[in-house]
Design a protein around this ligand. Structure first.
Ligand code: HEM
Length: 405
């Protein structure tokens, strides 16, 4: 378990443990929705919830369920350092602490503030695509060239990371998301995390001394509603959270959208039709959600369907299954490019609804619009292997073909 993965890979159900199963988990979800919509899995010591109405309740009923893993009756601490750093962030805090922390960055991620970033994002994306076209000839890996680097560049710029530090910054980000497949990699990851933490602490200190017009300054100088200063540790945690929560998720949204559009044969239909791209991305978010599940802890005994979940029990709410529930969406297992779905749970729901949703949507729309301008864009034949990092859903690489720009 790394600090990027506080929920832990051991929380994966047996049925999804093989790579092929995780690449297409949707038949299994349907079986569960119809047969065991709320079930206890003794091997993981955790509940699973599959139907839209139940998933929505579990992730948004703050009275009944906590986001704080420390409240689980079997919580044993996270391995590695930095437990407090990540568990004290808004993602793992209940109200009222959650609301104080979120208020620090809410304005910076509001739809209005984010909309102003569009021209700059277009320039960044155009540059990235030019570089990718210059380095490749007719075929490229979408993940490596576009979907992965784009969100890292955007968040670095938004935070205010100086241009000369960007390459180093990207290296640290790479290491944060790499699967800790052996001890050596895990050690390197720990080291990168520490270096990155030292870097952020230094940058935050600089912003306190010399404020600038950037997100690091907002975080460094934040005063909470009760008039207290945001403690240094929590300021650091917030920077790390924005990286962890925002990068690999957006990477997979861009990649999953291209995969959906390619499989559905709608790439050329969408090209040049910018108004159709936003709704099509929304359908991709529903159909292949980059975050397939979130965990909660019961705060007291709770009845859900026929089951009684006991205080302190862990509950995995399967967003990816809720999004395919026929009870909420007609022909839910069909990708309908102009469905423009409302009520999908790809960004969660309620108090913890994704802070970065407007930014992620804009990044995806800008990336897709640029990509769709390529002549002859198509998926290349490839065996796909799924991303394996907590409940993040996507593919490690996605080769695409094109004739030119
Ligand atoms: C929360 C998904 C992009 C920052 C969430 C949650 C989901 C989610 C499902 C709810 C967690 C819960 O209920 O426990 C996604 C997806 C993204 C994306 C699918 C991309 C397609 C981003 C970006 C940022 C971001 C770009 C910021 C740069 C956050 C933060 C939270 C959050 C800070 C916690 C909010 C809170 O606790 O109030 N995200 N996210 N996300 N997301 Fe995103």
């Amino acid at each position: 378990m790394s600090s990027a993965d506080p929920q832990g890979l051991q929380a994966f159900p047996e049925a999804l443990s093989e790579p092929d199963a995780w690449l297409e988990p949707f038949d299994w979800y349907r079986e569960m929705r119809d047969g065991s919509p709320v079930r206890y899995d003794a091997s993981r010591g955790s509940w699973d919830v599959f139907r839209h109405a139940d998933v929505k309740r579990v992730i948004s009923d703050d009275e009944a369920f906590s986001v704080n893993p420390r409240t689980a009756s079997d919580f044993e601490g996270l391995s590695g350092e930095g437990e407090g750093l990540i568990l004290d962030t808004m993602l793992f805090q209940d109200p009222p602490r959650h609301d104080d922390l979120r208020a620090v960055v809410d304005d910076a991620f509001s739809p209005r503030t984010v909309a102003e970033m569009e021209p700059r994002l277009r320039d960044l994306m155009s540059e990235l695509l030019d570089d990718a076209l210059a380095a490749n000839d007719g075929e490229m890996d979408l993940v490596e060239e576009i979907s992965y680097p784009f969100p890292v560049i955007v968040i670095a710029e938004l935070l205010g990371v100086p241009a000369e530090d960007r390459a180093q910054f990207k290296e640290w980000s790479d290491s944060l998301v790499a699967a800790a497949s052996d001890e050596e990699i895990a050690e390197r990851q720990q080291q990168s995390q520490q270096e990155m933490a030292m870097y952020f602490l230094d940058q935050l200190q600089q912003r306190r001394e010399e404020p600038r017009d950037d997100l690091l300054t907002t975080i460094a100088t934040a005063e909470l509603d009760d008039g207290s200063k945001l403690p240094q540790e929590e300021a650091l945690g917030m920077c790390m959270l924005l990286l962890i929560a925002g990068n690999i998720t957006t990477t997979n949204l861009i990649t999953n959208a291209v995969r959906c559009f390619g499989n559905q044969g709608v790439l050329s239909e969408l090209a040049g039709n910018e108004n159709a791209v936003g709704p099509a991305i929304e359908e991709a978010l529903r159909y292949r959600a980059p975050v397939q599940a979130m965990t909660r802890i019961a705060r007291s005994d709770v009845t859900l369907g026929d089951a009684t979940i006991e205080e302190g029990d862990r509950v995995v709410a399967w967003l990816g299954s809720a999004n395919r529930d026929e009870r909420a969406f007609d022909n839910a297992d069909e990708f309908v490019v102009d469905r423009a779905p409302t009520g999908h749970l790809g960004f969660g729901h309620g108090t913890h609804y994704c802070l970065g949703a407007p930014l992620a949507r804009l990044e995806a729309r800008v990336a897709l619009s640029e990509l769709l301008s390529l002549d002859g864009l198509a998926l290349a034949d490839a065996d796909l292997s799924p991303t394996r990092s907590s409940f993040i859903y996507g593919v490690e690489s996605l080769p695409i073909r094109y004739d030119g720009r």
